[in-house]
Design a protein around this ligand. Sequence first.
Ligand code: SF4
Length: 89
Amino acid sequence: MNIRYDWTLEELEMLYHLPLLELISTSNQLHNKYHEPSEVQVCSLISIKTGGCPEDCKYCAQSSRYQTAVSATPLMSYEAVLNEAKKSS
Ligand code: SF4
């Protein structure tokens, strides 16, 4: 099976209705075909403005518009963010 972007609705419905273990097995085979199975991609997040954002996106804990037990911290400097990124790579 090759990577595709032209799935039809019927094909997606067929995948959706596959037995779970068959779906897991097929997924694993495809993953191993395109990725080194022993490697894991690691990503990390840092909060660069904890509780200090002036926006209010409702779902986000970084907004300064809510009273919480977490103390707000100022926006991290560009250099500090860059240094944290370098530690992760
Ligand atoms: S998602 Fe959070 S950090 Fe981003 S703008 Fe909205 S409130 Fe601010």
